[in-house]
Design a protein around this ligand. Structure first.
Ligand code: ZN
Length: 259
């Protein structure tokens, strides 16, 4: 379906803004993966809405009993419970457009709240995953990440080959602090940005919520790509009111015309 004129005008405006910026970053959320068939956690059709929310004290329970945490993680019931929506998910046009923006030298880095690995799969290179990556494991002591596939789980809890610390799923649980290395990188990137593209997220959850504000407070600009109005809309410089899978490829084309 062709984009309507108002949306196209906002995309051209976004392209001009981005072209005139020195350091452009992006923040993405669940909305960019919806078109890949990844179900959101909350809201209509949400995984948690349907199957119940994970325990709020998950991280505390992990710390108290890492072996029990792993035994539950590896139980067949648990494995089938949350994996189905990720199976067969492939990057969509929005993911590929962000990867292309980086390859064009326009986008310097990308912060995502998604755990589905689709940005990396699409070819994005500087990706900071604030909520972790479901295909990885992480040492809680030194933050080293390891691919889940092939990691030795013969002894539970598994230990970090680098420092001997306990290893858990990289996905950040309720009650678990955002890993310090990722959090620091996000703040560094936001601090450098004079323009941030916020796509598929209403950015109300900390720390994602603070990143556009950091950019804005330094006099930078916010480009919001979201089919729905959000809290961020009010302070955004350009709002593109259409799903990211349509908006971002059109943005790439608009930028190429300006080149
Ligand atoms: Zn370690």
């Amino acid at each position: 379906m062709p984009l309507d004129e108002a949306v196209l005008a906002s995309i051209r405006e976004a392209a001009h803004l981005i072209k005139g910026s020195r350091y452009v970053t992006a923040l993405t959320g669940a909305g960019v993966s919806v078109e890949s068939g990844i179900r959101p956690f909350r809201g209509p059709g949400g995984l948690w809405t349907e199957r119940g929310e994970p325990p709020m004290d998950g991280y505390r329970r992990f710390k108290a009993d890492p072996k029990g945490y792993w035994e539950e993680m590896l139980s067949p019931a648990r494995r089938s419970r949350f994996s189905d929506s990720f199976l067969a998910a492939k990057p969509n046009a929005g993911h590929y457009a962000l990867a292309e923006l980086e390859a064009m030298g326009v986008l310097k880095s990308l912060v995502t709240q998604n755990i589905d690995n689709l940005h990396s799969e699409a070819g994005s290179r500087r990706v900071f995953e604030i909520h972790g990556n479901r295909f990885k494991l992480r040492c809680v002591e030194c933050n080293a990440r390891f691919l889940r596939a092939g990691f030795d789980l013969s002894t539970l809890p598994p230990r970090c080959p680098e420092c001997g610390g306990v290893v858990k799923d990289d996905v950040v649980m309720f009650g678990e602090p955002i890993p310090g290395d990722v959090l620091a990188a996000c703040h560094t990137e936001a601090g450098k940005s004079d323009c941030i593209i916020v796509a598929g997220t209403s950015a109300v959850v900390y720390p994602a919520a603070s990143l556009p504000l950091i950019v804005k407070e330094k006099g930078g600009a916010i480009v919001e790509v979201n089919p729905l109005e959000s809290e961020l809309s009010k302070i955004s410089d350009v709002v593109v009111r259409t799903p990211s899978g349509e908006a971002l490829p059109a943005l790439v084309e608009a930028l190429k015309k300006l080149a």
